[in-house]
Design a protein around this ligand. Structure first.
Ligand code: HEM
Length: 268
């Protein structure tokens, strides 16, 4: 089945929302860390915990859901996939766990702490009770930094994953191609096909890391050059079969001069 891929403008729009959401999660998480540290340093808990609960519930939680949602869409709707590259899968795991912790642990606990310090019978929180509100945002911001680094460096490690029954279904596909058995090569071919005109304007992102680019682009350019040479200087066959035997013309209309003119005219 052909997967759906986004056009260049939609991908850029989705990527913009994704980057804004994810970087905002990191920023708001650092605010929680600053509040937690102030509380440990003796700041008034009646100021700290209601503010931290507000930031957690109104900013961190919805932004984390948006980061996860846009990340999932980017994975599914671009050739990156969700389980094709380790960096995407690791980001998915980190973000899913962090979002769950924010929604079901951090925000309720911050709410309880805010109620405890501002309720009808206010009480001070012990250091042991305050410490988790420093540790949690510190761990989260470290993991979020790791996801930013993974997203920017996009290490080329790939997951070799084949769905059950995929091999059998590929074998029976009528439009089977030499590359359809190799998911990695297939992704590169789809990228080439989507970007082969200047109008495509990067419709699909390269499905390989920057360190793989010289090898892949170099191979493509070398083969393109060889193909061009072969099609200009040779006829329909690589063997010098006399035209009388092959039953075909080996010299194109226009003869050798015509070939040379075609070669000079063709874009290089
Ligand atoms: C809060 C955690 C996350 C952070 C901080 C984050 C950060 C980023 C950043 C900064 C980029 C832009 C990189 C670039 O264009 O060079 C990016 C792209 C991307 N992210 Fe995330 N991300 C997060 C979560 C996720 C999740 C959960 C997924 C999917 C499961 C995901 C999938 C992707 C994909 C596929 C791209 C590349 C999109 C493209 O180039 O077309 N991200 N992310």
């Amino acid at each position: 089945m052909q997967s759906i891929t986004l056009s260049a403008p939609w991908r850029k729009l989705l990527l913009t929302v994704h980057v804004v959401a994810t970087v905002s999660v990191l920023g708001t998480d650092l605010v929680l860390l600053a509040l937690g540290l102030s509380s440990l340093g003796g700041a008034d808990p009646r100021t700290i915990y209601p503010a931290a609960h507000l930031v957690g519930a109104r900013l961190v939680a919805p932004l984390a859901v948006l980061a996860l949602g846009t990340g999932l869409l980017l994975g599914v709707l671009t050739p990156w996939g969700l389980f094709r590259y380790w960096w995407v899968t690791i980001k998915l795991a980190i973000t899913a766990v962090l979002t769950g912790v924010v929604l079901f642990v951090l925000v309720p606990r911050l709410g309880a702490a805010a109620d405890a310090v501002t309720g009808p019978a206010p009480r001070l929180l012990t250091s042991a009770e305050r410490l988790p509100f420093v540790i949690a945002p510190a761990v989260a911001s470290t993991l979020l930094l790791l996801t930013v680094v993974l997203a920017i460096f996009k290490p080329g490690w790939r997951l070799r994953f084949r769905r059950r029954g995929q091999a059998a279904s590929l074998r029976t596909q009528p439009d089977e191609t030499p590359w359809s058995h190799d998911p990695q090569l297939n992704t590169i071919v789809q990228w080439v096909l989507a970007n082969r005109t200047p109008k495509a304007n990067g419709a699909l992102p390269p499905p390989f890391s920057p360190s793989d680019a010289p090898e892949i682009i170099g191979t493509a350019v070398a083969f393109h050059y060889i193909n061009r040479m072969v099609s200009v200087f040779l006829g329909d066959t690589l063997l010098p079969v006399p035209s009388a035997l092959s039953g075909r013309r080996t010299t194109p209309p226009g003869g050798r001069k015509g070939r040379r003119a075609a070669f000079l005219r063709s874009p290089r």
